[in-house]
Design a protein around this ligand. Structure first.
Ligand code: DGJ
Length: 584
């Protein structure tokens, strides 16, 4: 992963004028926040004239996606798989996506419709998406549905599928072919790479001066389904041969920082420095899965490297996660970038910038943590349209992208996600800035569950479900998985929960945004143990300027009356600018 140093304060002077306008109130309030807002006020072009391609930069504790020279929070959504297979089909959706306050749309680019005959490329669907995205001020992430999608090979062109002698498939124990292009075939890899290179060349030709396309997903949820590994003749020979020296060297070189899962697998067979896959990783499906992870990673690394030579956008892969009912690799796609396979992916695919989870399971924070190990930046390319999780991902988990699947089914500014994105879009520069030093936090409160706390500086924010919540708003019937209300389908309405992002910009100064919460704020200072509100503004950012809608006290903040300050977040997400004080 190549990361460059960020220059937060290097943007042109246009930001300063905009900043002066913001400093009318709370004079001592916002030095740190103001610096962040400068980035929001700055022009989108770099000082060198045109946009440089989007790229990643490590800044403090996080890795940001840099778009047009500035850190970028992707408030995204993924279209249904084939929505953008023709420009005409996708066209009606675009205006609604912008209206629902997205800034980024993930669109599938299928190999089959891109290269219907070998060597003849058709980019009309992509060009239509580019045109519509630009007209609606949206960025694109392209999902390269090449050799594999959801484990199988349904997206390669017919000329590939119909020629298994040239483009071989994986085989099961009985020698039966499966609709999964074999990772062991260089013909498969090279055909995919040629098509992908043509795609990236086209993106450079039609988009390098505009920068609409900001990232690429390589394939989709890869891995062998139905068995723990490919058992074709070529695969069996490779499996019985020594583990490639590059992988052994990687494991040796990184042995102190390997993930515990990798250590366990390797140590279980004695930590050998050479041998066949079964000698090094033991007899069992663990060795099969490591073998597949290495072969998917090296195959996709090759394609990615060729594509980056055409146009160097960040590239990631996404994982179909292990489900609770899965017993062995093959029940889920074996060798995919599941969290326990990450070392094999890092070893085999240095050109792939990061590994991402598709999160439909309830343990959102646990999965995010598993995908944040060893510096892997958190981008969530598929998930449910849940405003609380979106706030939590950006505010607490340092996520850089949140992207519900089937987004065109939710294209309304009246939708809970659209309303949440409206607030997140306004706060994005502040969130990005404060992710770097940990002065942004978030919390979620489940109906009926105990309050949740976060501490920032000398204050503890203690949040409980607020007045805006009604039991009747819960989806019916509400299912519960591990205590978290769930909707059966990833397209269904999200559970109603309380959520907030809190950003600290000074010792007593905070932005508090979210919905459905009553928040009590306590002081931790023994010399000034009582906390109260100095001033509260409700408002919005317009063109990066803070516009006060109302000054709040009394009924709209809730009664203090004890030693804690009180705040309320209504059913629709709002932004409060809060100045506290503590006393004795
Ligand atoms: C996960 C896949 O990655 C998506 O492309 C789509 O097939 C969804 N599952 C369907 O729920």
């Amino acid at each position: 992963m190549k990361l460059r140093a960020v220059k937060w304060l290097s943007e042109p002077r246009a930001g300063v004028q905009c900043l002066q306008k913001q400093m009318t109130n709370f004079a001592s309030f916002i030095l740190i926040g103001a610096l962040a807002l400068m980035t929001a006020c700055s022009p989108t072009k770099t000082t060198t004239g045109g946009p440089s391609p989007a790229h990643l930069e490590k800044n403090g504790a996080v890795t940001h996606l840099i778009v047009n020279g500035k850190p970028y929070l992707a408030l995204a959504g993924e279209l249904l798989n084939n929505a953008a297979s023709t420009a005409e089909n996708a066209h009606p959706a675009w205006a609604g996506l912008a209206k629902a306050n997205l800034n980024t749309v993930l669109v599938g680019v299928g190999w089959g419709w891109t290269e219907p005959e070998q060597g003849r490329f058709d980019f009309t669907a992509l060009d239509g998406a580019l045109q519509d995205a630009r007209a609606n001020h949206l960025h694109l992430v392209l999902l390269w549905f090449g050799s594999w999608k959801n484990g199988t090979s349904s997206y390669p062109p017919a000329w590939v599928k119909r020629n298994p002698d040239k483009y071989p498939v994986a085989r099961d124990k009985d020698g039966r072919g499966r609709e999964i292009l074999s990772t062991l075939s260089t013909a498969n890899r090279d055909a995919d790479a040629a098509a992908y290179a043509a795609l990236m060349r086209h993106v450079r030709q039609v988009d390098s001066t505009t920068g609409t396309v900001i990232m690429i997903q390589m394939e989709n949820e890869v891995g062998v389904l139905g068995d723990s590994r490919d058992r074709s003749k070529e695969a069996n020979e490779a499996f019985a041969a020594p583990v490639p020296r590059e992988l052994m060297d990687y494991l040796q070189k990184h042995k102190d920082t390997l993930l515990p899962e990798t250590r366990k697998l390797w140590d279980s067979a004695g930590g050998k420095m050479s041998g066949t896959w079964e000698e090094v990783f033991g007899k069992g499906t663990g060795a099969d899965e490591a073998f597949m992870a290495w072969h998917y990673a090296t195959y996709m690394n090759y394609i990615t490297e060729i594509g980056k030579k055409e146009y160097p956008l960040p590239v990631y892969v996404n994982a179909w996660l292990v489900q609770p009912q899965d017993k062995k690799p093959g029940d889920y796609p074996s060798g995919g970038p599941q969290a326990h396979n990450h070392d094999f992916w890092r070893a085999g695919a240095p050109q792939i910038d990061f590994l991402s989870p598709d999160i439909y399971l309830p343990d959102f924070a646990g999965i995010a943590a598993a995908y944040s190990r060893n510096g892997n930046p958190l981008f969530i390319p598929e998930t449910r349209p849940d405003p609380a999780n979106a706030f939590y991902a950006f505010g607490q988990l340092n996520a850089q992208m949140y992207s519900p699947f089937a987004i065109e089914r939710r294209v309304s500014d009246d939708d809970p996600l659209g309303k949440a994105y409206a607030v997140l879009q306004q706060l994005a520069p502040l969130i990005l800035q404060h992710q770097e030093d940990g002065t942004v936090r978030a919390l979620i409160v489940e109906p009926g569950a105990p309050p949740q706390k976060v501490q920032l500086g000398n204050y503890v924010f203690d949040a409980a479900m607020g007045r805006g919540w009604r039991a009747a708003q819960l989806p019916s019937p509400a299912k519960s998985v591990a205590g978290v209300p769930q909707t059966a389908s990833p397209f269904g309405p999200p559970p109603v929960r309380g959520y907030a992002i809190i950003i600290q910009t000074g010792a007593d100064d905070f932005w508090v945004a979210g919905a459905n919460l009553n928040i009590k704020v306590a002081s931790t200072l023994p010399t000034a143990p009582m906390a109260s509100l100095a001033a509260v503004e409700e408002g919005k950012f317009e063109n990066s300027q803070w516009i006060v809608g109302r000054h709040l006290a009394g009924d709209d903040t809730g009664m203090g009356g004890d030693d804690r300050a009180s705040l309320q977040l209504t059913a629709d997400p709002t932004i409060l600018r809060v100045s506290l004080y503590s006393y004795r």
